[in-house]
Design a protein around this ligand. Structure first.
Ligand SMILES: Nc1ncnc2c1ncn2[C@@H]1O[C@H](COP(=O)(O)OP(=O)(O)OP(=O)(O)O)[C@@H](O)[C@H]1O
Length: 700
């Protein structure tokens, strides 16, 4: 061994020692927190307040245990050496021995860790050296250094292959991994942006938008405590995509993030899909106005109110009912809550009416008695009271009208409630959506701006199941009848955000009162329900111009060779868009041609050959949705993941086989964008299988 090797080995050994010290500190913290948790759980609380307090403390400690446990994999991954000799080690979480001393391990999200991600030789940000550590468990497998201050490397600087290259060479597992050790400067600048409002991140396929979005969620939880208190929501396009990203945040030690699709958020499981034209119409914001109008049309549309109270029928004056309606409608309350106010106001009017008619009846009796007998009952009663030594007449003597008691009785009175129900019925979200979409007159009345054809497309039959596009309508209706959702979030991350319709944006905005969001997407990959062409068009109606737009320019997934073959397609679907610069190189994409009847055989042969040549790789077969059943029946899933083109957004494979590109293009409106998505899923190789149309039958 040379002297240089000796120094290098010694350097690695010192890193091992430090990692082991950090590991012991983590163990200590974990044992201490588990002990505290066990103690809290073993102490029986006295009374409700203590039980509540104990549950809160136990929940916090259990969360801390999960966070510490989650930090185990890749606990330490970096180190920076400042020009003044200070050394900071960087990892998944921060660990201190003493609050006054430098941390033993610096949380990657701390401001002091920024140079680890953003320093370059041109802007060294006070660093001499940046070091990446590769760990398996707590074993240091490798060390790789970069010098940033222009100094010449010494024997203690272990200049090697960049860690990004190693990360990108890893096999795909079907689940996205954290990129916390290798976030690139342009990504990191977005992740730790101090902007608390809406940040929009755009970029071509594979530029790390999802990586940025998820690391941003973790950063927000760390750096914006107010937003963290309410939690973070990550909204994805479908369950398949959420499954793909579900491990990233737990591996960053963040377990309190909610991952959901729009359907899960609304709590509705649709049982059907609409034709695209219908879905697009249902996504338009005109529907919000129409649903609000439907609800209003059920709020005391006429002002006749007759109700039987005891033996009597009482009729309220039209203007009293109209006044109650206006007060309830302008109260800011949702329909079902405003109904209670409406009822209370009617009951107040009824009580007044009853008091008035009761007094009139008594006066009538007095007058009749006086006429028949000559006795003045009021004077006699007053004289009696004086004789008894009572100066003031009692407020509610026998026979007097007790307004409060009458009011309470009326509020509980079932016949009265039924009468109110006729005027202002309780509504469910389903009632409202059905009232609009199953009734041609309602569609005419509330969506006059649409054509007859468009209204016909929106019309649903009474017993039809809910569709995907109905979900945001039901959510809108729910906010109209029951008020804002119970669960709101401090920060919302939306992936594949170009997919959201105006009605889905309403759902998102409703759940984020602080308007703190990270939205990532790419309009060149938009699906058929998307009508907006850019962010201003998509977000303007919901968020105005208040968003910070960032663009990612470097591709980390798709090879240059694959991107080159998609250039013409991209120019058609997104004219003028500059192609992204990929840092990956790979094999030239291949195309196979087959007749329809030989498709399955050709595909299976290709998968077997690829499997033999590249064992252990993850292959995705992407085809038009309508072809999935045929390929599944042929057993494709034994060799590869079978993905309908409509659900390929955001996914990634080592190799992709795109089946029948023309079929994908023709399957849905905007099918060329589906094809672009399909062609950009592979990190290594792409094979496209074209299917020749069946020969035209000769006439005669
Ligand atoms: N800094 C990084 N370090 C390591 N891997 C990275 C980095 N940035 C991106 N990647 C990898 O590049 C691939 C593409 O990233 P990602 O899925 O975030 O891209 P995207 O822009 O969301 O793509 P799409 O538009 O297709 O949804 C993933 O495998 C991701 O892990």
């Amino acid at each position: 061994m040379t002297q240089i090797d000796d120094v290098a080995a010694h350097e690695v050994e010192r890193e091992r020692e430090q990692v082991s010290v950090i590991g012991e500190l983590l163990d200590e913290r974990l044992a201490g927190t588990r002990e505290q948790l066990a103690h809290v759980l073993a102490t029986p609380p006295q009374g409700a307040a203590e039980t509540y307090e104990r549950d809160v403390t136990a929940g916090r400690l259990a969360g801390e245990v999960r966070r510490l446990e989650g930090a185990e994999e890749g606990l330490v991954f970096g180190r920076i050496d400042l020009a003044d000799g200070t050394v900071l080690r960087i990892g998944r979480l921060g660990l201190h021995r003493d609050a006054d001393e430098l941390p033993v391990l610096l949380d990657w999200r701390a401001e002091a860790a920024r140079p680890f991600y953003e320093a370059t030789p041109v802007h060294p940000m006070g660093l001499r050296r940046r070091r990446h550590l590769r760990l398996k468990g707590r074993t240091v497998l490798g060390v790789s250094d970069e010098l940033l201050d222009g100094s010449a490397p010494t024997a203690r600087d272990l200049i090697g292959d960049g860690p990004l290259t190693a990360a990108l060479q890893e096999r795909r597992t079907g689940r996205m991994g954290a990129a916390v050790a290798t976030l690139q400067a342009e990504q990191d600048a977005i992740v730790r942006s101090p902007h608390r409002g809406v940040t929009v991140v755009q970029g071509g396929p594979g530029t790390g938008k999802t990586v940025v979005a998820l690391h941003r969620a973790a950063y927000v939880l760390y750096a914006f405590p107010k937003a963290a208190e309410r939690g973070v929501l990550v909204l994805g396009p479908n369950a398949r995509f959420l499954d793909y990203i579900c491990q990233v945040l737990p591996s960053l030690g963040e377990n309190d993030v909610v991952l959901a699709t729009c359907e899960e958020l609304a709590g509705v499981a649709p049982g059907a899909a609409d034709p695209f034209e219908t879905a697009r119409l249902k996504g338009s914001s005109a529907l919000a106005g129409a649903l609000a109008a439907v609800v209003r049309s059920r709020q005391a549309p006429d002002t006749e109110f007759d109700v039987r109270v005891g033996q009597e029928w009482i009729r309220l004056r039209d203007e009293d009912v109209a006044r109650a309606r206006t007060s309830a409608q302008t109260s800011g309350l949702a329909h079902n809550r405003a109904r209670r106010l409406f009822k209370e106001l009617l009951v107040d009017d009824l009580v007044r009416e009853l008091a008035r008619s009761g007094a009139e009846a008594l006066e009538l009796i007095d007058a009749q008695v006086e006429q028949l007998t000559g006795l003045d009952l009021d004077r006699i009663a007053a004289a009696d009271l004086r004789r008894l030594g009572v100066d003031d007449a009692p407020a509610t003597g026998a026979g007097e009208f007790d307004a409060d008691a009458v009011r309470a009785d009326l509020l509980d009175d079932a016949p009265l409630d039924r009468a109110v129900e006729d005027l202002w019925p309780h509504l469910t979200p389903g009632d409202v959506v059905r009232a609009l979409l199953t009734d041609a007159d309602a569609l005419d009345a509330h969506l006059p701006q649409l054509t007859d054809e468009q209204r016909a497309l929106l019309r649903r039959s009474p017993g039809a199941p809910w569709t995907d596009a109905d979900v945001p309508l039901l959510d809108e209706a729910s906010s109209l009848v029951d008020g804002p959702p119970e669960r709101v979030f401090g920060h919302v991350v939306v992936d594949e955000a170009q997919e959201l319709t105006a009605m889905q944006w309403q759902m998102v905005v409703r759940r984020c009162p602080g308007r703190s969001m990270t939205l990532v997407g790419d309009f060149a990959q938009a699906g058929p329900a998307t009508v907006a062409r850019d962010w201003q068009e998509a977000l303007g109606p919901h968020l105005g111009r208040r968003f910070d737009l960032r663009t990612l320019t470097v591709g980390y997934r798709t090879t240059r060779e694959i991107l080159a073959t998609t250039e013409k397609l991209l120019a058609r679907i997104s004219p003028g868009r500059p192609p992204i610069r990929s840092i990956r190189r790979g094999e030239a994409p291949r195309t196979l041609a087959t007749a329809p009847e030989s498709l399955v055989v050709t595909l299976l042969r290709e998968l077997r050959e690829q499997g033999a040549a590249h064992p252990g790789e993850l292959t995705g077969v992407i085809c038009a949705d309508g072809r999935v059943e045929q390929l599944a029946a042929a057993g494709i899933e034994r060799h590869a993941r079978l993905v309908p083109a409509s659900q390929a957004r955001g996914l990634e494979f080592d190799a992709a086989v795109v089946v029948d590109p023309d079929g994908i293009t023709a399957a849905r409106p905007g099918g060329e964008r589906d094809l672009y998505v399909a062609l950009t899923r592979a990190t290594k190789r792409l094979c496209t299988i074209t299917v020749a149309p069946p020969p035209a039958k000769s006439a005669g």
